[in-house]
Write a protein that binds this ligand. Sequence first.
Ligand code: SAM
Length: 316
Amino acid sequence: MIDSYGREINYLRVSLTKRCNLRCSYCGAQNEKENNELTADEIEKIVRAFVGCGINKVRLTGGEPLVRKDICDIAGRLGRIEGIKKLALTTNGIRLKEFAAELKKAGVSAVNISLDTTDKERFEAITGYDGLHRVYEGIDECERVGLSPLRINAVLIRGQNDIDAQSLINIARDRKIDVRFIELMPFSDEGDNEKLVVKSDEILKSFPLLKPAPQKGTPFEKSVARYYECEGFKGRVGFITPISDKFCSECNRIRLLSDGKVKVCLGSDETHDLRAYLDDEKELGKAVRAAILSKPMEHKFSCGYGASHGLNKIGG
Ligand code: SAM
């Protein structure tokens, strides 16, 4: 479906829960309770309505999607919806070893794993949990069961884990995994975002061997990431730059929150509650259409939006 600014909206990110088993310092997650989460049945109904409006790619996220006991049931229901060309997952990887095989059977293909450091102590300092080995085991299991493509998403924070840029890039050198750096967005009270964010140009300057990878005509043509490659590398290195170079004019996404609200833009407060329409397919379709049409032209991070919202609530 085309929105009010001529963008084709075909990508739905579904936050399954606000709960998370990690406490990443920059994310703003607190101790969230299970209350008010959509059931598997409700999620399926809403996603079907979105597919009726042209959504063909769905990503399961959160909070941490793998803390939901019914995660494989949800993935299976969505995996069976005709019209969804790609069912993807974003996870912190802690429970991935447990679920990788079943998720693959359910229809999940692409998996993004969030990993900000390759150092055990820094992992614990950032996430509040000594679990780096579990993330690596999860990645190994994804490779074993053939979940593909696999990507690592990393957020660098000045003074905390910026020294990890090299070792994270080395993962793309050694494995068929794309490693992407996402610029820190102002979602927590960590401090002045401008001072903490490590912008993509700064990383690129330190790694002159990275050369822009062709994107036109590849499956990544519409990706919000800019990709780079390096001779001898098995994977690529990508940059997602919501701060230094916003990509709103190409934004193709919309978000369903775990409580049934639609968030039309990551950097805006506008939401549309779909719960009231769950028993009426036609009205649900209309409400979804109205939500897509209300997507704003661009995000408001530069106008002070963000602090205290918590990306776990929004669905990262
Ligand atoms: N729990 C899942 C995970 O860790 O991938 C999904 C939710 S998490 C909120 C999704 C992504 O958002 C993670 O890659 C995380 O690093 C990123 N994220 C969280 N807070 C962020 C911030 N302030 N700026 C940029 N990315 C952020």
